[in-house]
Design a protein. Structure first.
Length: 171
């Protein structure tokens, strides 16, 4: 990770935005700073989560797929269902499952309900690594250890409202 900057680059970008677009108004400046902060926070969190998961031969996207399979009553899901639940493109699911399969954490099986479909099935090694990785993520509170319970609740509520307004899910 690079050395921290001696200033907040998002705040500085906000100041530049105000100078370059003086007629935009404070709600626009606040929105620009907020969205830029969200995007930077996402980069920071993914980097931290991937670092925490590296000893388990996982990235966060592979971890998500494994956990999804552990939550499944049968330990198996069609690849299309994994993509739907994780809200990612089919190509991304294929890549994730390829890597999990290469690590011995999942295996592919024909879907008995759909002759053309394929199931990803978690292996015992996959269950073990998912459990160990989950314990590590619990230990560091998914990279959000600097936030207290009220912060976490407010953050979830704010981002949930944003996701709902965007049509991410139906309430």
């Amino acid at each position: 990770m690079p050395a921290p900057l001696p200033f907040d680059p998002v705040a500085r970008a906000g100041e530049s935005w105000q100078r370059c677009y003086p007629d935009a108004g404070e709600p626009v400046y606040s929105a620009m700073r907020a969205v830029t902060s969200i995007m930077r926070a996402q980069q920071i969190l993914i980097a931290g989560l991937d670092t925490a998961l590296r000893p388990f031969n996982l990235t966060f996207s592979r971890y998500e797929a494994l956990v999804l399979l552990t939550f499944s009553s049968t330990g198996a899901l069609p690849l299309s269902k994994i993509g739907e639940r994780l809200q990612v493109h089919a190509t991304s699911v294929t890549n994730v499952v390829d890597r999990l399969e290469a690590s011995g954490f999942v295996k592919r099986e024909p879907n008995p309900r759909d002759g053309r479909g394929t199931l990803a099935v978690i292996t015992e090694a996959g269950r073990e690594v998912a459990d160990a990785a989950t314990q590590e993520l619990h230990r560091n509170r998914f990279g959000l250890q600097s936030l207290d319970q009220d912060d976490l609740d407010r953050l979830f509520g704010t981002l949930r409202r944003l996701r709902a307004d965007a049509g991410d899910f139906v309430e």
